[in-house]
Ligand binder design. Structure first.
Ligand code: 6PG
Length: 469
């Protein structure tokens, strides 16, 4: 046995991760269900082939890894992971380690971790972000599992990860499904970030009548400021690209029907299950669902007429759109970190929130300059809503008026901005000491005698004059 680690699943992500590990000097065993893919992979490995140990038989693969063995799985999330674990279990020792690096639902990871504790081998779930390029040249790695497992492979994961000022964007974040929970929330935030950019794109396109190229210029400028981020950067590039076939702006050719693999939806589901507000992320998921109803939308336009109305450019400046994105971004991260905090409480995971912001600063899809400020704010007080951290409360005070203008003008002109408007509503509710939930409590007591608390007395269980004898 010569390999320091093994990897199963040589699809794009798995193959790139293996090459990354090899390039960082680790001998790595590789295996794929279909041997053909292994051949193709090896043929393209070039000078890294010397660091790769391919096998076409699972037993040989396991035999080529040094004990205690560590095996990374990069197979489609779901049943394929369970099937692979079952196939490996008889071949591995109890002290060996299986690492699921796919986009697993963290409840599955919790279940697999529990099974592993009972029957071995040890199990870890790691979230890997950064797409194909990240996997190859440095992803962000969010690990969950037993500490001894991290102690075994942490140095490899740190070596292959992206770096921020020399610091690895890889960390052990907690037990069992903690890493996959964080990856899921990462993707939920990714959905919201993307959606809010799409919304301001919509205001510029349909409100201001700007061309894709002009919008690309704006995004490029924003990327030099407070919004500096991978998603703004690539959105600018997408907007400026031309379709090689027609010469038209690529964006004008791409059909407006968004796909999704499910992690954003899981974030929304999780938020609802944990009873923690993530309305901006929920809105982003809902919009993807609406976007897929293309025929219905066409019928809607025929029935009701097209909504978007051109806007007077003097009503709203480009700077207002930038400010709205800043405010929306702060709110959506406040919701995302709040969700992680709640899940950590629920599962008794000692999760280090600043660390999460730190390892999101590079390698992952949501990497941005603002994450640096977030890691500082969370270091200061990890329990506090991010909106209340001095840096971000200042930013919100500066930008909330602009967010309000954008949402209001968009509504008046029939331009849908659901993620931004949900961010505004969240902000407005969270800054309102006297909300309207007293009405809800009155209603609940009226029809169900659920009881309420009073503003002028301690305790609960009070009823209104409508209560039945
Ligand atoms: C990442 C991405 C990655 C992937 C998502 C896309 O962090 O590298 O989030 O995980 O691109 O699966 O998700 P949707 O297909 O749901 O948009």
């Amino acid at each position: 046995a010569i390999a320091e680690i093994g990897l199963i699943g040589l699809g794009t992500m798995g193959g790139n991760l293996a090459l990354n590990i090899a390039e960082n000097g680790f001998q790595i065993a590789v295996y794929n269900r279909t041997g053909e893919k292994t051949d193709q992979f090896m043929a393209k490995a070039g000078e890294l082939a010397g660091k790769l140990v391919p096998s076409k038989d699972l037993k040989d693969f396991v035999g080529s890894i040094k004990s205690p063995r560590a095996v990374i799985l990069m197979v489609p999330a779901g049943e394929a992971v369970d099937a692979q674990i079952e196939a490996l279990r008889p071949l591995l020792d109890a002290g060996d380690l299986i690492i699921d690096a796919g986009n697993a639902n963290y409840h599955d990871t919790n279940r697999r971790a529990e099974a592993a504790e009972k029957q071995g081998p040890r199990f870890m779930g790691i979230g890997v972000s950064g797409g194909e390029e990240g996997a190859r040249f440095g992803p962000s790695v969010m690990a969950g599992g037993p500490t001894d497992a991290w102690n075994q492979v942490g140095h490899i994961l740190e070596a292959i990860s992206a770096k921020h000022d020399g610091e690895p964007c890889a960390a052990h974040l907690g037990e069992a499904g903690a890493g996959h929970l964080v990856k899921t929330v990462h993707n939920g935030i990714e959905y919201a970030d993307m959606q809010m950019i799409a919304e301001v794109y919509g205001v510029m396109r349909d409100g201001f009548g700007m061309t894709a190229g002009e919008i690309g210029e704006v995004l490029e400028t924003w990327n030099g400021g407070i919004l500096q981020s991978y998603l703004i950067e690539i959105s600018g590039k997408v907007a400026k690209a031309a379709d090689p076939q027609t010469g038209k702006p690529m964006l004008d050719i791409i059909l407006d029907r968004a796909g999704q693999k499910g992690t954003g939806r899981w974030t929304a589901i999780e938020a609802l299950m944990l009873g923690t507000p993530a309305s901006t992320i929920e809105a982003a998921v809902a919009v993807r669902n609406m976007s897929s109803r293309l025929d219905e939308r066409k019928a809607g336009e025929a029935e009701f007429g097209a909504a978007p109305q051109p806007m007077d450019r003097n009503v709203l400046g480009i700077d207002a759109l930038e400010a709205a994105l800043v405010a929306g971004k702060i709110v959506c991260y406040a919701q995302g970190f709040g969700l992680i905090l709640e899940a950590a409480k629920q599962y008794g995971w000692a999760m280090h929130l600043p660390k999460i912001a730190m390892i999101w600063r590079n390698g992952c899809i949501i990497r941005s300059a603002m994450l640096n400020d977030m890691s500082a704010a969370l270091t200061d007080d990890p329990q506090r809503n991010l909106m209340f951290a001095p840096f971000f409360s200042e930013k919100l005070k500066e930008t909330e008026g602009k967010l309000r203008q954008v949402v209001a003008q968009a509504a008046l002109h029939g331009l849908p901005v659901p993620a931004l408007s949900s961010a505004l509503s969240y902000f407005d509710i969270m800054r309102t000491a006297r909300s309207t939930a007293n009405m809800l409590q009155g209603q609940r007591d009226f029809f169900g005698a659920h009881g309420f608390e009073r503003t002028d007395k301690d305790g609960g269980g009070y009823h209104g004059p409508w209560a039945m004898g």
